[in-house]
Design a protein around this ligand. Structure first.
Ligand code: PLP
Length: 405
């Protein structure tokens, strides 16, 4: 894996005082390999014309590249059809799309959506907006002390009014890999569809939407070595056909008159306006890059780092680790006793070590854990054991500094 670090020029950049960057904030966004950055430049230099509408050569080439990117995503998540792959701005927009369109068609006041206590704000607030607008009701699965979903509670939350389950596949705070298959199976036994937020899963698990039998699946390119501003909503055709468009505009129509507008077929019905056709091709490049190495190989390396980091962190002592699920990936959240997460983050940053501090866009989970924030180190396949050692060394230094105060 170490040999692939050269694909990421930013990893050799310097931070404060010329210290080499130790980038451990991969759950927030991953770094981009040269191939992905080059694909963006290539697109703008060589294949830039608005897509789907032009008869000219360049427009056709750009359209082909964009649709080929869609097919690449389809293969990556093993969707049945390319038309089940909707390009969005990211996970957040994909979830907002479902929250808006699904609740418009399939929910009325008093109908219920099941979320969990470990959701990112982007899988809470869109539902709260619908709660305000339509009177839908949000039910929440609690999280156990080890950071797993309470599956008995999950089953007990279902009622006659349950219309959708919307849950994260992997927690961005706890690293917990939720039992997606079990969640889907139970929901389907109650005739309820499931949306999985795959933002933290795609780079670490081989996602197969058919095997999961999930109804909707959302993720962002930038969490899997791709560009910012592009993401995916996968939806089963029968659901995408059934729910109404999310936004109106160009591309999403078959015909428009002031009397009657006919919407376009899938996937275009959900893609109003000029899409990020350069971003989509760069995303496809990122997926090819990741597949070329192998998500399983990446995940195995990340797991070794996670286990090593967890052990070393425990050996430090006076530390509280959040999230010790049996099935966990790539994220290590913690607090040093008596030291504010922000102080830890700033001091580590001074040593060139980039970690995340704060509530990680999961304030309800922070409340459930009884804290305001945490420090989070998150690993990608390009991270090394030496970098984990630097993190642990940095944390020792933080503790020493605080002892002297
Ligand atoms: N869901 C989870 C679990 C996340 O970790 C994130 C981002 O950190 C999101 C959703 C939102 O992703 P984006 O900001 O790319 O839309």
């Amino acid at each position: 894996m170490q040999s692939r670090r050269k694909d990421f020029p930013i990893l050799t950049s310097a931070t404060h005082g010329g210290r080499e960057l130790v980038y451990l904030d991969n759950a927030a966004t991953t770094q981009k390999p040269e191939a992905v950055v080059n694909r963006i430049c290539y697109g703008y230099y060589n294949v830039n014309a608005n897509i789907h509408r032009g008869v000219h050569f360049l427009s056709r080439e750009a359209t082909e590249a964009h649709e080929e990117a869609r097919a690449t995503v389809q293969r990556f998540v093993n969707a049945r059809r390319a038309s089940e792959i909707i390009f969005t701005r990211g996970t957040t927009e994909a979830i907002n799309l479902v929250a808006s369109s699904f609740s418009e068609e399939c929910m009325s006041a008093g109908d219920e959506v099941i979320l969990s206590a470990m959701e990112h704000h982007s899988n809470i607030v869109p539902w709260q907006i619908q709660a305000t607008r339509k009177g839908i009701v949000i039910k929440v699965i609690p999280v156990t002390a080890s950071g797993e979903l309470d599956m008995d509670a999950y089953r007990s939350l279902f009622t006659e009014r349950t219309r959708l389950v919307s849950i994260t596949h992997v927690s961005n705070v706890l690293g917990t890999v939720n039992p997606a298959r079990e969640i889907v199976e139970y929901a389907h036994s109650r005739n309820v569809p499931v949306l999985l937020d795959g933002a933290q899963a795609v780079a670490h698990l081989g996602v197969d939407v058919q095997e999961l039998d999930v109804d909707f699946y959302a993720f962002s390119a930038h969490k899997i070595y791709g560009p910012t501003g592009v993401g995916i909503l996968y939806g089963k055709e029968e659901w995408l056909d059934r729910i109404p468009p999310y936004q109106g505009g160009g591309e999403m129509i078959a015909s428009v008159s002031f009397e009657k507008t006919v919407y376009n077929e899938l996937p275009f019905k959900f893609e109003a306006g000029t899409p990020d056709y350069i971003g989509s091709t760069a995303m496809a490049e990122a997926l090819r890059y990741a597949s070329g190495i192998g998500i399983d190989k990446m995940a195995a390396h990340e797991h070794t780092l996670l286990e090593y980091a967890t052990e070393e962190l425990k050996r430090l002592g006076n530390v509280r680790i959040f999230g010790e699920a049996e099935h966990k990936c790539s994220v290590l959240s913690f607090l040093l006793d008596g030291i504010h997460h922000y102080d830890t983050g700033v001091l580590l940053d001074n040593m060139g070590i980039a970690v995340r501090t704060g509530h990680h866009c999961a304030q309800p989970l922070m409340k459930a854990m009884g804290v305001e924030g945490m420090v989070r180190a998150s690993f990608a396949f390009y991270n090394t054991q030496e970098e984990v050692d630097k993190l642990i060394g940095g944390l020792k230094r933080v503790k020493e500094i605080f002892k002297q105060l």
